[in-house]
Design a protein around this ligand. Structure first.
Ligand code: HSE
Length: 311
């Protein structure tokens, strides 16, 4: 046992949300990662322990999303030599589409920020968290990291400047998340995307995004439901996910507002206007994947408004 430190939780997230590739995401109540930070004995930040990652995550802080995000904050503060130790407890699967590397990045920078009592806000440290996540998939986008750190459903007007806005959440909105146990790496799932899309599809998709946001602010579940369609990315990634379209039909028939891929997949999400429907979606998902002999984990969650917390 090391010296006492502080412990934080950073939740999983659903990115893209059908209508906002790279610019929309929401935080789940669980699962999530836990990170402990305490005073170290040697100059600089070191990762002393990683649990739950099956030996797949690097201890090198320059290669670890939690370590790098925290390091970027320390560098910004002129404290890169500050002796600090970090423990990472992974509580969610990799390559699952639940924002696993992003939760670690958000948790890593948040833990150090809390430990050092820097006075910086979550918004102030968001950039470092996104930089941490960037080492996992090579791209700078806050649609997982943002919700994981800040909570809520986050719309990103511009990823470069991190101009973000938490959306109003209508009462009752919740999600069913279905994770079939196959690994899809974000870097690869991004790599298969076409570099160009048709003007006609962009017009339709802009309509869907704008109307989704309008539906959120007016609690218009019918409008939210009509808007939750992804013409751009879902058709290109669906083949990476076992039984995606069968599951989609079942989720919509169960009464969900909309159904699509969570982040880069293979997880899928259904947004629902009450928890009874979300539960019905998880039940049909469990039956389907049992029948198809694909191991599956399901989650039921409201939108998590808090994001990363100290506990
Ligand atoms: N928007 C990202 C993607 C989320 O779909 O590739 C996963 O990092």
């Amino acid at each position: 046992m090391g010296k006492p430190g502080i412990k934080v939780f950073a939740p999983a997230s659903v990115a893209n949300v059908a209508v906002g590739f790279d610019i929309l995401g929401f935080a789940l109540e669980s699962p999530g990662d836990e990170i402990i930070v305490r005073e170290g004995t040697k100059p600089g930040l070191i990762i002393t322990e990683i649990q739950g990652a099956g030996g797949k995550l690097p201890y090198d802080i320059m290669k670890n999303t939690a370590g790098y995000a925290a390091y970027r904050l320390l560098e910004h503060l002129g404290e890169a030599d500050r002796p600090l130790e970090m423990e990472i407890h992974k509580k969610m699967p990799f390559g699952s589409g639940l924002g696993s590397s992003a939760a670690s990045a958000a948790g890593g920078v948040f833990a150090v920020n809390e430990y050092l009592r820097t006075g910086l806000s979550k918004y102030d440290i968001l950039r470092f968290a996104v930089e941490g996540e960037q080492i996992a998939d090579g791209a700078f986008h806050a649609d997982n990291v943002g919700p994981s750190l800040l909570g809520g459903m986050l719309l990103i007007r511009d990823n470069d400047t991190l101009d973000v806005k938490k959306l109003h959440i209508p009462h009752g909105l919740c999600a069913a998340v279905i994770y079939p146990h196959v690994e899809v790496l974000t870097r690869e799932s991004r790599g298969i995307l076409k570099k160009e899309v048709s003007f006609k599809d962009v017009i339709k998709q802009t309509g869907n995004l704008g109307s989704f946001v309008a539906g959120m602010y007016t609690s218009d579940f019918d409008l939210i439901s009509r808007s939750l369609q992804d013409l751009l990315v879902e058709p290109q990634r669906a083949h990476l996910i076992p039984h995606f379209y069968e599951m989609k039909v079942l989720a919509l028939n169960a009464g969900s507002l909309g159904f699509s891929i969570s982040g880069a997949g293979p997880s899928m999400f259904a947004l629902c206007n009450n928890s009874g429907i979300a539960e019905a979606v998880t039940e049909v998902a469990e039956k389907l994947f049992k029948l198809k002999k694909v191991p599956v984990t399901t989650y039921l969650s409201k939108i998590n408004h808090e994001g990363a917390i100290r506990f």
